[in-house]
Design a protein around this ligand. Sequence first.
Ligand code: TPP
Ligand code: MG
Length: 709
Amino acid sequence: MAIQTTTEDKSNRYHGLDTGQLVELYRTIYLSRRLDDREIQLKRQNRIFFQISGAGHEAIGVAAGLALQPGYDWIYTYYRDRTLCLQLGVTPYEMLLQAVAAEDDPASGGRQMPSHWGKKELNIVTSSSPTGTQFLNAVGCAEAGYRFGLIEELRERGDLYKEDEVVLVTCGDGTTSQGEFWEAINTAANLKLPVIFLVEDNEYAISVPIEVQTAGGSISRCMSGLPDLLIEEVDGCDPLASYEVMRRTVQHCRERKGAALVHAHVIRPYSHSMSDDERLYRPESEREEDAKVDPVTTFARRLIDDGILTEEALEKLKEDVDAEVAEATDRALEASQPPPDSATLYVYSPDVDPTSDEFASEPEYGDADPTTMVDLLNACLRDEMERDPPIVVFGEDVADASREAALDHVKGKGGVFKVTWGLQRKFGAARVYNSPLAEANIVGRAIGMAERGMKPVAEIQFFDYIWTAMMQMRNEMPLVRYRSANAFECPLVIRVTYGGYLKGGAIYHSQTGASIFTHTPGMRVVCPATAEDANGLLRTAIRCDDPVLFLEHKHLYRQTYNKGRYPGPDYMIPFGRGRLAREGSDLTIVTYGATVQRSVRAAQAVAEEDGVEAEVIDLRTLNPVDMEIVVKSVKKTNKALVVYEDPRSWGYGAEIAARIADEVFEWLDGPVRRHAALDSFVAYAPQLEDAILPQVDDIGAAIRDLARY
Ligand SMILES: Cc1ncc(C[n+]2csc(CCOP(=O)(O)OP(=O)(O)O)c2C)c(N)n1
Ligand SMILES: [Mg+2]
């Protein structure tokens, strides 16, 4: 699509804005700059702890805010958006509360740096510090509205979405270099989602200039040619030109004509932040050029030249703003910081406790024969989708057939392991669909959907490829609730297959690594070993209010030894409750996943041959973990062996071993041992795979060794 540049419309030079509105626009621009100046002063006085300004970005910010409807449209910001947020309705006092780290800071309760915007009532979604994670979340947010409208049971739910809502997501020029920018814009354009990508181009990313970031030095030129993407380029220092472009763009998206990119040229009159000194890399001449277009001076001059403001009125406006800033500052400085005992509040939902008895229900078996883990996972998804229309299932290859016409002629794919088979056919393509081949895209979109009330149960096809989603999984998914002090939440399930013992799985289809995720606060990590547990735990995961990583061992999908009977549509197992897989009195094995059955077999063999009875505990969930069952067992057996499939060192087993050593030291009659995979990758040759991963025989040897100690 061609790039449109803005020329002033002479017949309507103020684009429908009356003089009162023009003066208000200037007031907000000036207020924004003065707030930055005040924060800079406070930082120099050590009364606040960080400062990053929105200086130079005021004109496009105020224009964007004016073109949108607060509390109706959805906004994903970045740190330069002070003016945008003021225009949308965030108050100076609220902004300063964040700067002083106040408990009452509505954006984060004193948890985030200043300028990390968020306000629930205004649909300004909690923002973070990584550059670029906001794009896919914004796409997911728009997608939620789109899908709410497609799902029949939800179509009339005006409280969930508005038919002509739009989503604005902003960023700097440097941030467009992130791959997620492309992933997001591709999906937004492909689904014709009403997302406006606003690039506030000040030509620098800290010290790195635009020509180092972007081919041809222009992101709008780079994106030209992308189907169903309206591209606008504008002088982002001119509030009126900016307003005209934003208004037109918002209209385009309201009419569902596709996504849009607004490339706004702005300036950065102050250094990147107060931790940066731009004189180290920018010559004075550049700053002098910028000053000539600074909206704080140029727009004031224009209002005077056009007879809208007198010099006296301008002075009065500035005095009023300065007084407002001073008053807000005084009040904010009196605010108290959050109390130390609130440090871990909202890491998890304070309202829904998945470890509680509310999530304990008895199985109601029918007449059906025992079946596999794949079948019982599929059954759970069917039940839950039937129960709750906002549940959507998506990922790579999870649909039966994206080309729906084919469904009459084919059986359907339903996932590379068939866990989602038949769901598209039953619930429709609006609720069960394929994603692009991009893991950040899957998780990032799921987060945006969850932030506004959808329940995504997304699939990552292989654990080995979860890493492109890692930024979203480490810095967004588990942090939405905590960093917004419970204003926003992110309840979703990421199902992922993992693990070896496949014969031929090799390096890139055998990976494990639960500890990387259990080491991240804010998400639950679940790892069933049997079909029935998989069914009950997945239901708990879906009904719980926290983000859940649901690990499914590929090798366990179709074994006969872990088959189970369908336990009914309401069967749930609370998190944090381990299972006694084998009773014994001489030694405790703590394990999970594919080493549960191997440990049981090893224990049986050792019992038969040596009379040593090992107890085997299947943890079932890794975070939270059931230390009670472990402690009780070790107090009885006085010896502990942790068995796991991950490489031995630095991992999950070390944590369990440390806790045992800590909590039952006095009961131990031997060292806490670990038996795990070699500190290696999993090789293709079956003989090597056998040597690398824990096997029944070597687990048996570890039992004997510890029993003899
Ligand atoms: C993923 C990531 N990498 C690096 C940083 C450190 N960082 C913060 S802002 C920034 C530059 C951003 O430049 P740009 O997108 O142009 O926005 P501007 O600050 O110029 O408005 C960098 C490198 C970060 N926050 N996140
Ligand atoms: Mg920049």
